[in-house]
Design a protein around this ligand. Structure first.
Ligand code: UP5
Ligand code: MG
Length: 196
């Protein structure tokens, strides 16, 4: 009986804002499982026999968003397989299709605690992603052409989702333009002020 309903924190912000970096800090300090939607999609793209591999690669390279059925089912499976009940969902939901799909399938199975929003300028984000590409990330979207597309998608499709949650008082906005350890100090404050 009384099985705890899974709790989620959505982690959003521009490409390269530092979502993954901060999620890895958070999961070390708090009992949250880090699930990056992008990482799950990149894994599915590599999985032998996946029917979605080519579609995912094309979307990622073009900075477009994969249909929610694919992403949501990867997230749902990862949540179930973890055996845990608290999750950082990194890089999702990114557009209206994602939001609606999550609400259809997952919103009554989970409790959304809040949305962490990492704020960082386009120039700084671009510099970080290009730096990561030059250092050998192997990511097919760490190039200027893909980054321009990723940013357009972020501005046109993801910002409205952040604004939607903002109107519900769920957004915890964090300055992501300082060193990772400084960013994390403010992340901790956001968790603590939410009683975690
Ligand atoms: N770095 C990090 N923090 C720093 C700091 N404070 N100061 C200086 N440097 C810092 O960091 C990026 C780089 O910056 C790293 O080199 C890091 O060391 C440095 P990272 O923590 O990786 O930032 P993050 O925000 O996670 O950047 P990422 O590139 O992963 O963001 P995206 O949102 O673009 O990537 P994601 O993997 O989420 O999505 C990729 C694509 O997958 C999308 O474009 C889309 O095509 C697809 N996708 C979907 O279709 N649906 C989804 O739901 C999710 C993804
Ligand atoms: Mg990431």
């Amino acid at each position: 009986i009384n099985k705890m309903i899974p709790e989620v924190v959505f982690v959003l912000g521009a490409p390269g804002a530092g979502k993954g970096t901060q999620c890895s800090f958070i999961s070390k300090e708090y009992d949250f499982v880090h699930l990056s939607a992008g990482d799950l999609l990149r894994e599915e793209r590599q999985r032998p026999g996946s029917e979605y591999g080519e579609m995912i690669e094309q979307k990622i390279r073009n900075g477009e968003i994969v249909p929610v059925e694919v992403t949501c089912s990867l997230l749902h499976k990862a949540m179930q397989n973890s055996g845990k009940t608290r999750f950082l969902i990194d890089g999702f939901p990114r557009n209206k299709d994602n939001l609606d799909g999550w609400n259809r399938v997952m919103s009554d199975k989970t409790k959304l605690l809040f949305v962490l929003f990492f704020e960082c300028s386009r120039d700084l984000c671009t510099e970080r992603c290009l730096g990561r590409g030059a250092a050998g990330s192997g990511r097919s979207d760490d190039n200027l052409e893909s980054l321009q597309k990723r940013f357009n998608t972020y501005l046109n499709a993801t910002m409205p989702i952040i604004e939607f949650y903002e109107q519900q008082g769920l957004v915890r906005k964090i300055n992501a333009e300082v060193a990772p350890e400084e960013v994390f100090k403010n992340v901790k404050k956001a968790f603590e002020s939410s009683g975690i």
